[in-house]
Write a new protein. Structure first.
Length: 772
């Protein structure tokens, strides 16, 4: 019996009438529903399948708002998708004869824009771009704008988080007041931390009357989680949200004509990783046969290293010239070249609405797809890349997919073998077989409230006293939305924490050391586990008040760590930025360019390389021009066995007991961490000194768990895209211990999930209570 699941073709209903025939021939019913709902609902959520025209559904509302002079903001999660959507919008407004400025807003584009004076700040440039787009590149006339940007820029403006203080207020105002139509694409992509950013924006729009005066938001997501819906329902009143879904189509639409959207598909399920699949001779023969037959397809994996191992396995005359890579390591030009190759190897860059256009091809762009999937979101998104036939002339050619999953998921899916089923039926089983991509929402109930209070704190100071009720009402809405069952968060308490954070920043950033004395009591209290009773604490306090050198040696590093611990919250993606390597790669092991800037820890884990002392030595040895960065190397080969990157820390003056009391079971910021490496079951491996010391001078946000907590931690991390590392700590007496640790934003996300357990462990061990 063939281990194949047969998916039936899928068709979308056509709209009963098409008022947009000139700009949108073949208008789909869900596109029409979306446009209609946006007329009288503040929030519209389109959850139709991948590849069925959700972006076009959202753009149709431009026909209603552009003639009224309304500006539009379209947010997409990756710069690659931004580039694609800029093209989509320009094509749409051209066909619809809408006179608008279409702005491509990301960091590289902003850097490339001309400036009226030398040294114009990035925030200044962005603010002026929104105010006067005609000032750039010869655009003529004042007309509405459609700005396509990433959520990072949106976050940093809304949260007063990254721009020069002189620009922060202006940019907050720009994003809050300028755009009365907002589209958020791939809404399922965002973690709980990132979701909080959008919920905060919706809360402001609601409380300050923007929705009441006509502002509209359209969310696009093929795979929304029920928890996201719960949060939206907390914020919006009944009847304010329109859910546009295949599940709630009106009965009268049952007789509407349809148009093919997805071809029939043969799905096979295997237990393997993508590099293992590509390394097997029968699979290489299968791929070669598909390509020889004129079929085109993609191999998609969560991991760049698996993509590059698969690339190496497929090297040779059978595949040379027929493959391309679309990954984060590739340049934009390389990605464009790769997109028209018969066989594309891709990382999750392509999960997010990426269109594999094949100019001149009459059938589906991808005839086959082979993918690994650890979550149901990834499974359904990647499966949906194959067999897309919406608007194609030839719609009856079957597609093929091979899903690579673990044993447990395969066992669920094997119940469908031999059956011909719909994609809705498959989705139901996939939802049981695999976990969601994002299901850790405890962050919203904890750190997200603190994070969102920073812009609230800034707003209160900017507004006259008679408007402070608005601010407190906004805070109440945020608290009720994020943490409706919590009694912990109070306006006055959070205001005090923000004042403390400002004072920390003044000491660290502005060198206002006159504030140091203010922190002595708090520091002494924090250090209490290392002190020998109240008398010792009093002596230390007096010394710190009277001895400036003691302040510099003891107090100032603690203040810096406290500052960076809180500052780490204000990052949209991750609070830990890995060191960067300038990579000379003439064999194109990592990417198609001879020189590539990429994550130095990824390079060390996956490639044998020669390292150079600095930029000058690199250029002399390679003859290539380098960019200034932390690490320089020349790739020689793939490693026969990948390294595990580890961390090391010298607790020079602390015993193990005191170290664990001060630094374990809560997020902290540690300075002095070194990078190491090991081969599992073999032992430690040497690293170049540039790598070992690459993060030693940084304060790294980190959550360290005690050895007795490891089981709880590893159970939480199972099947999730969160990874712990080994932290090797050497104590004052020369003894050593290994801990599990998470760095960056994941430290806060995971702590929010297990802090109840950790609190219970502290209580049962009669140890120091956790202070959050």
């Amino acid at each position: 019996m063939s281990e194949t699941i047969y998916l039936l073709p899928y068709a979308e209903k056509l709209a009963p009438a098409n008022p947009f025939a000139e700009s949108t021939p073949g208008l789909l019913y869900h596109q029409w529903r979306t446009c209609q709902a946006l007329r009288d609902h503040p929030l519209v959520v389109n959850t139709y399948n991948t590849g069925t025209g959700k972006t076009r559904a959202a753009l149709l509302h431009l026909m209603n708002v552009v003639p009224r002079g309304v500006n539009t903001l379209l947010i997409a999660p990756t710069n690659e998708l931004i580039r694609q959507h800029v093209g989509d919008v320009r094509e749409f407004v051209c066909r619809a004869k809408l006179d608008v400025h279409v702005l491509h807003v990301d960091a590289p584009t902003l850097r490339g824009l001309s400036a009226p004076r030398e040294g114009e700040r990035g925030g200044e440039k962005l603010n002026r771009l929104f105010q006067n787009p005609q000032d750039y590149d010869g655009w003529d006339g004042r007309k509405p704008i459609v700005a396509v940007t990433n959520p990072d820029i949106f976050y940093y403006a809304l949260y007063y988080a990254a721009y020069n203080p002189h620009d922060a207020r202006n940019l907050f105002q720009q994003f809050l007041t300028r755009f009365d139509y907002v589209i958020v694409d791939e809404f399922h992509y965002y973690s709980a931390k990132q979701l909080a950013n959008f919920l905060f924006f919706f809360a402001i729009c609601r409380e300050w009357g923007y929705f009441a005066t006509g502002r509209r938001v359209c969310l696009l997501s093929a795979t929304p989680e029920p928890t996201v819906r719960e949060y939206l329902d907390r914020l919006f009143a009944p009847g304010e949200i329109a859910w546009i879904s295949p599940d709630n189509e009106p009965l009268e639409s049952a007789t509407y004509p349809t148009t093919p959207a997805l071809a029939s598909l043969e799905l096979q399920v295997q237990v393997a990783a993508l590099d293992e699949f590509a390394g097997a001779a029968p699979n290489r023969a299968l791929l070669r046969a598909w390509l020889d037959a004129g079929r085109e397809g993609a191999l998609i994996s969560n991991a760049l290293w698996r993509i590059n191992q698969a690339w190496a396995a497929l090297g040779g005359p059978d595949f040379d010239g027929r493959m391309g890579r679309i990954t984060g390591a590739e340049s934009a030009d390389s990605r464009r070249t790769a997109s028209v190759r018969p066989l594309i190897l891709a990382t999750p860059t392509v999960d997010l609405g990426y269109n594999f256009d094949r100019p001149g091809k009459t059938r589906q762009p991808l005839d086959f797809v082979v993918f690994d999937a650890r979550s149901r979101d990834a499974f359904l998104q990647r499966l949906g890349r194959a067999g897309r036939v919406l608007g194609r002339l030839q719609t009856d050619v079957p597609a093929t997919a091979v899903a690579l999953v673990d044993d447990e998921a395969r066992a669920h899916l094997m119940a469908l073998v031999g059956q011909s089923i719909t994609r809705v039926q498959l989705k139901a089983v996939v939802n049981e077989a695999l976990p969601p991509r994002n299901d850790l929402y405890a962050y919203l109930r904890s750190y997200a409230v603190l994070e969102a209070f920073w812009p609230i704190f800034q707003l209160e100071r900017q507004m006259p006293p008679d408007m402070h009720d608005w601010i407190e009402r906004l805070f109440d809405t945020v608290r009720q939305t994020f943490a409706s069952d919590s009694r912990k968060w109070y306006f006055g308490t959070l205001k005090g924490q923000m004042r403390r954070f400002e004072k920390l920043r003044e000491v660290v950033r502005e060198k206002k050391h006159e504030h140091l004395d203010d922190f002595v009591p708090e520091y002494v209290g924090w250090l209490n586990p290392a002190l020998d009773g109240p008398d010792d604490a009093d002596r230390l306090a007096r010394r710190l008040h009277n001895d400036k050198s003691a302040q510099t040696k003891l107090l100032l590093p603690w203040i810096e760590s406290q500052y960076w611990q809180t500052e780490a919250l204000f990052n949209f993606r991750d609070a830990f930025q890995s060191p960067t390597a300038c990579v000379y790669d003439p064999q194109h092991l990592l990417a198609e360019s001879d020189v590539t800037l990429y994550d130095a820890l990824h390079v060390a884990a996956n490639f044998v390389a020669d390292y150079f002392a600095d930029e000058r030595v690199f250029e002399q040895a390679t003859g290539m021009t380098a960019e200034s960065t932390e690490v320089y190397c020349h790739l020689r080969d793939h490693r026969p066995q990948r390294l595990w990157i580890t961390l090391a820390y010298q607790a020079e003056r602390l015993s193990r007991e005191v170290f664990e009391s001060l630094y374990c079971r809560r997020p902290v910021a540690l300075k002095g961490i070194r990078v190491g490496a090991e081969v599992p079951k073999v032992g430690s491996m040497p690293l170049d000194s540039a790598l070992r010391y690459a993060i030693e001078d940084r304060y790294v946000p980190i959550l360290i768990v005690k050895n007795q907590d490891e089981g709880r931690l590893m159970n939480l991390l199972r099947n999730r895209d969160l990874f712990s590392r080994t932290l090797h700590v050497t104590f004052a007496d020369g003894t050593e211990n290994d801990y599990r640790a998470l760095v960056g934003t994941s430290a806060f996300v995971v702590h929010a999930e297990i802090k109840g357990y950790l609190w219970w462990r502290e209580r049962t061990e009669d140890s120091v209570p956790i202070i959050i």
